[in-house]
Structure formats: structure tokens, C-alpha cells
Design a binder for this molecule. Structure first.
Ligand code: ADP
Ligand code: ZN
Ligand code: ZN
Length: 686
């Protein structure tokens, strides 16, 4: 029997930690079981056993401590999960402890003697159905509801996907908005579970889960489990436990963290809206892309994967075009409704002629009026929340900025506060300029809150709702907004990019894009791709049923080729244009990017460290190292930030480079002046 175990501890330190197994615990120890161990100056912490062995540490001065307790009778983490965690830690250059922390609900991470149900006792089921607020079991355990009958185009797509899967385990479904991709998915899911497989259905955005869950539940009843961060920790640990039991959900619908759930017989992964940036976790580590992790997980299970979207990420489309993925196109809307008509409004000219009514052009107002008169609905998309993105003293030009970050504060009118959208710092809007004491403080720009207020003034009789981060803090809140709009209890829905995603409402005849320019002006090589995707997606919310919808696209840059491509819904042209640039300037998919971030509270320290990182990396990678530079927001939460970008050709040995990155970080942070600095890596940044 093994005398030692290697344990994952939820800390950002590299590697595993070795503990001794007291004789009394040796029988119970298994990989994947939680253990309570002494760690650092904390009395104890909960870790996970990764392996058992008989090798005492090579360094004789190391004092190996004993395991205090083994929490589980049966593993709480499956071997497939442990190995996926290791892959994530290696690929995204972070510690496996950080992956552990992100992967496992806090309740399971902290608790001592636990309520993990033993296999076969069946109580997991009861717990799980109480967590799942959508449960209205339909046909019970054996069967499921009726599958939607597919249109000829959908049937052809379904057949083509299956055909493609014979040659490629990953297939990209490029189907225009409202082509009924979900119906195609439903057929594939039904086939997978009929074969005894499990299905993971990933969505980028929590607000999409409620609509989708209703549609899937109608067919699959209580075989469906939902998993996302707006569920309580207790609810999430129940789903986890149920997935370990002998009656796991056959289908899991969830956002990015559902890739961490235990699966026993995964056979199909669907990544809906695969192009979405939200699949990538930005902060904290692991900075993983759930789409890519899902692809890895699927390949390990030998499961099939379908990536679906109306606007593929250019990377995925490239892989499909070059034969790495299968590619299926679905070019008509369900019911053969035409794609919306997109009308451009030249805001630059209207401003010059003083013909804009705040954020609204006359054409947009007319279309909204028409929609209201004919009992249709309207979606207005503005890519900023809050009231005004900037407040400025009209006399001396003073602008309130966050004291902790280098950004202007956004004004929120309802609360009378200004908030930093980077760190959350919030203070009342001053009633006079602190610099010159003048009272003439003016608001610049339009956030969703102001759009909502202005539209109420223009259409006092209309019922108006707003969907953005501020109005959707709880699950109930966003479900209510979607429910009311779906049931025609709201006429106009104002929102941020949340309203651009795969929502399906039948009565929307008009979509207004208030300003295409905020997206275009991002200093990012993906700005073009993103703008196309966002505009095509939000346009796709219009006219999904009976007749063609109208999109009013307001822009200051009407001459850009991109705008014409959006109007023509010419994804191919947008892709083609961008590929030329990406190839020329060596951006993905022709290279891989890793961005190194350096942070410290002192400007001089961060600059010195960034220089050292750059010099060392240049020795290793030469001209592939760009920077250091200051990001658009150069200080957040009192920490100065510098970044260094690595552009790596696809053929380079990426794992050995990453190992060297990790070593370099450890080596630099071990030096005294940098002890309190942070270095982290963003692999495949989005
Ligand atoms: P997409 O995800 O491609 O944008 P959806 O799957 O949301 O499109 O489908 C658009 C609308 O058309 C939905 O309301 C859906 O219920 C309806 N629809 C699509 N296909 C069918 C079908 N085969 N039978 C009945 N309704 C369908
Ligand atoms: Zn002033
Ligand atoms: Zn701030």
C-alpha cells in the first residue's frame, strides 16, 4: 500500500504537493478523493488526491506532513477530469490548483465530511430535481417529447453533418440566423442519447439558457440539467454530485464552466454561438476558452463535436475551409423568411446638419413608430451600459476618472452615481466641478440607461425594458425581461451586446444599431471581425417569423467596406478581406498569440520588470516578441499594467516555449524587487 499521495491544492503555485498517508487512511485513499491537509500557515485546506506512490521526497530536508482526513469514499473528481485539468494548466500556463478552484463549486472545495451521495443510493436524483427550477417532467424517464419536423434544408444539413463526422470528429455548422440550428441540434441530441451517450450543450451567455432550456425541456424533459454561475453554489454542487451518480443527466446545458462537470459517457458536444468571446475566461486564471477545452474533452472521449453559428469565428472557419473540420452551410431561414433589410444611416452627416435627436435618427424613430402602430416589437442595441460614458466640466474640461484605474467614470443616472467599469469604484456625481467649481457638468455619449430614458420621452405610451449587466444581476431578473418580451408585454427592448446573441423572439420587426462605431474603434486586430459578428447577429433578431424585418444601422463610417458587407450579409467577403490582413501581419489563424502581463503598484517597478521580461524573451524568441506596451487602460485597481505580445508560428514547439515562460516567471518573481509583482500569461487572447 502506498505511503504517499500527491495532492492538488487550490493555490496559484506550480505543481502538486506530497503528503504522507497515515496507515489508517491507506485503504480509503484513491485518486480523485478530497482530502483535508495542513497547508502553509492555514490550519488546513481541502485538496484532491492525484496519485498514490511510495517515493519519499528527494530533498531530505523536506518535512512531509500527514494527510489529516480523507473526505470521500468514492472519487469526487474522475480521472478524465484530472487529466483535463492538467492539460488546461499546461496549455494556459497556470497552476493546476487554479484550475481546481475554477472547476469545482466552492461547497465541494471547502466542505469536510460530505454529503456526496454514494453511488446507487439514488438520493442524488431527488436533490437534483429540486435544484433544477425548470423541471416540468414531461414524458418521464423512458421517452421524450416529439422531435420537431425538419424542413428540407434542415434535413439536408443534418445529413451533411453526420456525413462530415465520418471523416472529421469536429464539424462547423454555418447557418444563417433563424435557420433553425437548434432544431438540428435537437435531432442530434436525441440520436446521441438513444445510443446511451451524454451530451454537453455549451452556450456563451447565461441569458440564453432560459429560452433554450424551455425548448429543450419540451423534448427531453428531466433528462436535461442546467449549470451556470447564476445558480447557487449548493445547486451547482448538486448537479456535480448527480453527474457522478448512476443516474446522471443525459444532457447538460450550460455556460463555460460546465466543461468542468464530470461526464461518464460523453458522446456529443454542441458549442452554440461558437464565435462568442464569452467562452473565454479573462480573469482570473485559468484564462481558458471553453470552446477549445470542450474540443479537447470531446476528443479524449472520442465524442463528436458540432460548432454552430451564423457568424463563425474566423479561426474556426479557417480550420473548416482548410479541411481540419467538416463544414456544413445552412443558407435559408426556417419558413423561408428573408433576412432583414439593412438600412444605413449616416450619422456624421446628420450631426453636421443637426438632424440627430440625441442618439436617434429620424429614420429610426419612424421605424419604431411604425412597429408600435402595427403591434410589432423593437430591439435597440447600444454597446455601452450606464447613462453617460463620460462626464465633463464644460468650463475647464475636467473629467472624473477612477482614482484606482486610468479610465473615465461612467455616470449612472438612476443611482446618481459614477462607476468605474473596470474596478467597480463608485462615488456620487459631484454637483460642481472640483477643479473650477463651475456647476456646468455635461454628460457625453449614450449608455443604455440614457437610451432607455430618451426613448421613454419619445414614446411615452410604449412599454420599455432594458437588458444589460445592471438589470440582470439575478437569474429572476433576466428571466423576467426575456419572458415579458417574448410574451409581448414589452414593446421595446434596449440593451448591450446581451440582446445581440441567439435570442429568438417572433414579433421583432425592427432592430436599431445605435452606433456601429464604438465596436469598430476598438484597438484590436479582431475589431473588424467582432463588429461584423455583432451587427450580423443583432440584425438576425429581426423578422424571424412572418415577414422580413428592418434594421437601421447608424454609423459615422458608412464608407467602410465592412458596412457594405454587413448590409449584404456577406460573411465570405468579410472573412476574405480579413484573412489577407491577418496573413500579412502574422495574426491568428496564421500564428498563435500569447500575451504576457506584468502588474505592480509602482510604475517604475512594472516598467523595469516588463523590460527584463522582454529582454529574456527576445533571447529566446527574437523578433517574435513585441512590446512592452501599455494597454488601453494602463492601470486597474491601483496596479500598473504592461504587456508583451508573442507571435508564434504554428509550427513552433509551443509546449516547450510555455514551459520556459513559466520558468522565466518563477525566476523573475523570485528576485527581491519583484517579489510583490504579478506576471501572468494570456494564451490565445480574445
Ligand atoms: P437559429 O438558432 O438558427 O438562429 P432557431 O433554432 O432559434 O434559429 O430557429 C428560429 C425559429 O424557427 C425558432 O423559433 C424555431 O422554433 C423555429 N423553427 C426552426 N426550425 C423549425 C422546425 N423544423 N419546426 C418548427 N419550428 C422551427
Ligand atoms: Zn471645471
Ligand atoms: Zn477603477
Amino acid at each position: 500500500m502506498a505511503a504517499f499521495v500527491d495532492v492538488i491544492i487550490p493555490v496559484p503555485l506550480q505543481g502538486l504537493f506530497t503528503y504522507a498517508l497515515p496507515v489508517g487512511l491507506q485503504k480509503q485513499a484513491q485518486a480523485g478523493c478530497r482530502v483535508v491537509v495542513p497547508f502553509g500557515n492555514k490550519r488546513s485546506t481541502t485538496g484532491i488526491i492525484v496519485r498514490l506512490h511510495d517515493n519519499p521526497p528527494t530533498d531530505p530536508t523536506v518535512n512531509v506532513k500527514d494527510i489529516m482526513e480523507i473526505v470521500d469514499e468514492e472519487p469526487c473528481i474522475l480521472p478524465s477530469q484530472l487529466s483535463l485539468w492538467q492539460w488546461i494548466a499546461d496549455y494556459y500556463v497556470c497552476s493546476i490548483g487554479e484550475v481546481f478552484k475554477a472547476a469545482v463549486p466552492a461547497k465541494l472545495r471547502k466542505q469536510a465530511k460530505a454529503s456526496i451521495p454514494d453511488k446507487g443510493k439514488g438520493n442524488a436524483k431527488g436533490q437534483a430535481s429540486s435544484q433544477n427550477s425548470y423541471t416540468l417532467p414531461l414524458e418521464g424517464e423512458q421517452g421524450y417529447g416529439v422531435l420537431p419536423e425538419l424542413s428540407p434544408a434542415q434535413s439536408a444539413a443534418l445529413a451533411a453533418i453526420k456525413e462530415n463526422w465520418k471523416a472529421h470528429p469536429v464539424c462547423l455548422l454555418h447557418g444563417v440566423t433563424s435557420s433553425g440550428k437548434t432544431e438540428v441540434y435537437i435531432h442530434l441530441i436525441a440520436e446521441a442519447i438513444a445510443q446511451g451517450k451524454q451530451v454537453l450543450y455549451l452556450l456563451p451567455e447565461i441569458v440564453l439558457t432560459s429560452q433554450l432550456t424551455d425548448r429543450l425541456q419540451a423534448v427531453f424533459g428531466d433528462r436535461l440539467g442546467v449549470y451556470h454561475s447564476k445558480f447557487t453554489d449548493v445547486q451547482r454542487s448538486h448537479v456535480w454530485q448527480r453527474q457522478l451518480s448512476d443516474k446522471p443527466f443525459d444532457i447538460i446545458v450550460g455556460v463555460r464552466s460546465s466543461v468542468f462537470l464530470p461526464f461518464q459517457r460523453l458522446g456529443l458536444v454542441i458549442v452554440d454561438e461558437e464565435h462568442e468571446v464569452n467562452f473565454k475566461q479573462q480573469e482570473p486564471a485559468p484564462r481558458y476558452n471553453a470552446r477549445n477545452v470542450a474540443l479537447i474533452m470531446a476528443s479524449r472521449f472520442k465524442a463528436l463535436t458540432l460548432l454552430g453559428t451564423a457568424t463563425p469565428s474566423f479561426e474556426s472557419y479557417y480550420l473548416a475551409r482548410t479541411g481540419k473540420y467538416g463544414l456544413v452551410e445552412l443558407n435559408e431561414r426556417y419558413g423561408q423568411v428573408q433576412l432583414p433589410r439593412i438600412e444605413i444611416v449616416d450619422v456624421k452627416e446628420l450631426r453636421r446638419k443637426r438632424l440627430m435627436n440625441g442618439a436617434f435618427s429620424q429614420r429610426l424613430i419612424e421605424e419604431i413608430r411604425l412597429a408600435l402602430d402595427t403591434h410589432q416589437q423593437v430591439i435597440l442595441f447600444q454597446n455601452r451600459r450606464g447613462y453617460a460614458p463620460q462626464v465633463q466640466c464644460h468650463v475647464c474640461g475636467w473629467v472624473p476618472t477612477c482614482p484606482r484605474c486610468d479610465v473615465p467614470m461612467t455616470m449612472h443616472a438612476r443611482s446618481g452615481m459614477m462607476t468605474c467599469h473596470y474596478c467597480g469604484y463608485t462615488v456620487p456625481v459631484p454637483n460642481q466641478c472640483p477643479a473650477c467649481e463651475n456647476k456646468d457638468l455635461r454628460q457625453h455619449g449614450f449608455g443604455t440607461e440614457r437610451v432607455e430614458e430618451d426613448i421613454r420621452k419619445l414614446f411615452p405610451e410604449a412599454r420599455i425594458a432594458r437588458m444589460d449587466l445592471d438589470t440582470t444581476t439575478t437569474r429572476q431578473a433576466y428571466e423576467q425581461i426575456i419572458h415579458d418580451f417574448a410574451n409581448g408585454e414589452t414593446d421595446i427592448l434596449v440593451g448591450t451586446q446581451m440582446v445581440t446573441k441567439g435570442l429568438d423572439f417572433e414579433n421583432v420587426s425592427v432592430v436599431g444599431i445605435l452606433s456601429a462605431d464604438t465596436m469598430l474603434n476598438q484597438p484590436d486586430f479582431r475589431a473588424y471581425e467582432r463588429s461584423f459578428q455583432m451587427m450580423a447577429q443583432v440584425a438576425g433578431r429581426a423578422g424571424r417569423r412572418a415577414r422580413q424585418g428592418t434594421v437601421i444601422l447608424q454609423t459615422m463610417n458608412k464608407e467602410l467596406p465592412l458596412i457594405a458587407q454587413v448590409v449584404a450579409n456577406d460573411y465570405g467577403a468579410a472573412y476574405h478581406d480579413q484573412m489577407l490582413e491577418r496573413r500579412q501581419f502574422a495574426y491568428p489563424p496564421f500564428t498563435r498569440l500569447v500575451v504576457v502581463y506584468v502588474k505592480h503598484r509602482q510604475l517604475s517597478t512594472v516598467e523595469a520588470l516588463a523590460r527584463e521580461v522582454t529582454v529574456s524573451l527576445r533571447q529566446l524568441l527574437g523578433t517574435r516578441v513585441l512590446g512592452p506596451d501599455e494597454p488601453p487602460v494602463g492601470r486597474v485597481h491601483n496596479l500598473y499594467i504592461r504587456r508583451i505580445m508573442l507571435k508564434l508560428e504554428n509550427r513552433l514547439p509551443i509546449s516547450s516555449i510555455k514551459e520556459q515562460l513559466s520558468n522565466l516567471r518563477n525566476q523573475l518573481l523570485a528576485q527581491k524587487p519583484y517579489a510583490s509583482a504579478t506576471i501572468f500569461f494570456d494564451v490565445d487572447p480574445l
